[in-house]
Design a protein around this ligand. Structure first.
Ligand code: ARG
Length: 635
């Protein structure tokens, strides 16, 4: 039954009237919203508590055996009686034959509600079918004014990945890329206008040094073929030269020799001069640097594409204007936020922030003695500039927890500058470390190396099953996808802040809650359809009342939870919230196959079950794509 008919039937309301009554309630995209609205309506009658208080206090449960919805009676703040007694009293008064719920269960002061199966089954499956890839998205939550869509969407900037050109793409960048890509998808699905920014480490004396290295050792062909590796090799080589040179200078100094000339011509000094030329917009120096940058970006883009990630803007430290930084520097000095300390400008947070917190923020330098700006200074300017340019409602920085202090300092300085409103829109989404990230070919340097190694490993595993392997059309491509899934699922399994071990064996296994297992579950549910000759029309006309077995009903109850899971993820900002849901679904599916045979069942039953599995496939796929995975149909 279509959800609008169901709403009409149970509460005599139109969809619009329901949303008018409960502003965040949208039964047309979230089946449980209808259940909550109805429950709030019924309970208002019984309890006398205002429906607007009841509705937000209806929670979901941790697992299906704990019911579908639950209310903690004390949350409704009814005075005069003990919550336990109220719970009992209200449960008794709950109507015997409510169209959507069984009579609630009471344990201490909790009221637990189980949905009445048939209406759920008959409304959820058609909704998933009808919405397909849209199911789980919620275009309302990103609206500036939910009552007036013409006010447009809220705008969010997600800054993530942000590697440093010519330096290794380390685990911190990997995690930022995975988590940031996911968050961008999440907000997009929630109806926000999302801008993805990659803030490259692409400026500083080291890029002067890199240009010198290219003059000395560069190879045009190698640069074009694999800029990221070539630039890295040059960087390693010139750094070795520089270390050797420093040793020579030290030795001569110790021997009492005059090193003035050596120092004046040292690589370090040359690099400094070269970088100075870059900052002064010397055409040749800027052109060379830009070429390195552009070639690197082209390569990064190809790698990001393998992860289904793109950026709207490749910004970077180089893009922050010296003028803007000078201006901010002056403003900080005028407002006495930055003060002089041995020729440098520092922010002594203890002067502004009382107690321990002020000490914890330390005394960062914002301008060195020689006038150069620092990482923090650039971030200050860049943040204000982005606000100017994008007028964002929210900005997320996806950066390792090693930089917690840096981002706290940044946001606090923005606040001290008089922009508390802007600081409040910014959020640091942090994460822990990856331990032992090395591949069989040595320590990981670049994202491509990791992905290649994991794909090789998956390919080996796939070859072990000859029969199946022969059926896979593009085994290398599938191995690549499975490899990427392995890395991503391992990364997203725990809470972001936890460290984890990079474990190639564990992540590529088909056993346990891994990427390959998730892909396998999706491929298996996809394969059922191939074994039947059912058309879309058959599925659309399925008699869903035939789905009465507990296994079937439980899958539907999980399907109904998907939109809530996504909404909850907007609060936790944890990929594991979605992932844990998906594994619950795969477990429910795998235990159902023996009970709910499709092929071999009588035709009407076959159609009904196929409609169920088809809906499950849609939701699994939607969740996987939200995480940034590419679901496979065969492996
Ligand atoms: N490139 C930096 C690094 O590798 C990360 C940049 C983080 N973003 C920022 N706005 N500071 O450590």
């Amino acid at each position: 039954m279509a959800i609008d008919q169901l709403v009409k039937k149970v509460d005599g309301l139109s969809l619009a009237a329901v949303t008018d009554k409960y502003p965040t309630c949208h039964p047309e995209i979230n089946p449980l919203d209808l259940y909550r609205a109805h429950l709030a309506n019924v309970l208002t009658e019984i309890t006398g508590v205002d429906h607007a208080i009841i509705y937000p206090n209806i929670s979901w449960t941790a697992s299906l055996d704990k019911g579908d919805l639950v209310i903690a009676v004390p949350a409704l703040r009814v005075k005069g009686k003990k919550p336990d007694e109220l719970a009992k009293e209200w449960a008794e008064k709950f109507p015997e034959n409510d169209p959507l719920f069984d009579k609630p269960l009471v344990s201490t002061y909790f009221l637990t509600f189980y949905v009445n199966k048939a209406p759920l089954v008959e409304s959820v499956i058609p909704m998933v079918r009808q919405q397909g890839p849209e199911f789980g998205r919620n275009k309302f939550s990103g609206l500036r004014d939910p009552k007036d869509p013409s006010q447009g969407k809220k705008r969010i900037i997600v800054e993530f990945s942000s590697p440093n050109i010519a330096k290794p793409f380390h685990a911190g960048h990997l995690r930022s890329t995975i988590i940031g890509g996911f968050l961008a998808n999440l907000y997009e699905g929630a109806g926000w206008d999302v801008t993805r920014i990659n803030y490259l480490g692409d400026w500083g004396k080291q890029y002067g040094l890199l240009a010198l290295a290219f003059e000395k050792y560069g190879d045009e062909e190698a640069l074009k073929a694999d800029p990221i590796n070539h630039l890295f090799q040059l960087y390693v080589r010139i750094n070795a030269d520089m270390t050797a040179e420093k040793e020579v200078i030290e030795k001569q100094k110790l021997a009492g020799e005059d090193v003035t000339e050596l120092e004046a011509n040292s690589l370090d000094e040359q690099a400094r001069r070269y970088f100075k030329k870059m900052t002064e917009q010397d055409a040749a120096a800027v052109a060379q640097w830009k070429r390195f940058r552009d070639l690197s970006i082209t390569r990064y883009k190809a790698t990001y594409a393998r992860l289904n990630i793109h950026f709207d803007d490749y910004s970077g430290e180089s893009q922050v204007s010296e003028d803007a930084m000078n201006q901010i520097g002056k403003e900080m000095a005028d407002k006495k936020i930055a003060t002089e300390d041995k020729g440098a400008m520092i922010v002594n947070f203890a002067d502004f922030v009382p107690g321990k917190e002020g000490k914890r923020l330390e005394r960062p330098i914002v301008r060195k003695r020689d006038g150069t700006a620092l990482y923090l200074t650039r971030d200050i300017s860049e943040l204000l500039n982005r606000h100017e340019k994008y007028k964002f409602d929210k900005m997320i920085y996806v950066v390792a927890s090693q930089q917690d202090l840096h981002l706290k300092q940044l946001f606090k300085i923005i606040e001290l500058l008089g922009h508390k409103d802007i600081a409040d829109k910014c959020q640091h989404v942090n994460f822990g470390m990856v331990l032992g990230m090395s591949t069989r070919k040595g320590t990981v340097k670049f994202l491509d190396d990791i992905l290649r190694d994991v794909a090789d490993k998956m390919h080996e595993t796939m070859k072990k099953n000859d029969d199946k392997y022969a059926q896979v059309e593009e085994p290398e491509k599938v191995a690549d996808t499975l490899g990427i899934s392995s890395v991503m699922v391992q990364d997203m399994s725990g809470k972001r802040i936890n460290n984890y071990n990079f474990n190639m064996e564990a992540m590529t296994s088909f056993e346990g809650d891994t990427g390959p297992y998730l892909q396998y579950a999706h491929a298996r549910v996809s394969s059922i359809r191939r074994k039947t000759d059912l058309s879309e029309e058959d599925l659309a006309s399925a008699d869903l009342s035939l789905l009465t077995e507990p296994h079937a009903v439980n899958i539907v109850r999980l399907l109904a939870q998907y939109p809530d899971t996504v909404q909850n993820t907007l609060k936790t900002l944890e990929p594991t919230t979605v992932l844990a849901y998906l594994f619950k679904m795969t477990h429910a599916l795998s235990s159902s196959y023996d009970q709910l045979k499709v092929v071999g069942s009588e035709r009407e039953l076959m159609i009904a079950r196929m409609a169920l599995y088809d809906a499950a496939k849609t939701v699994l796929g939607n969740g996987m794509r939200l995480l940034g995975l590419s679901p496979v149909d065969r492996l």
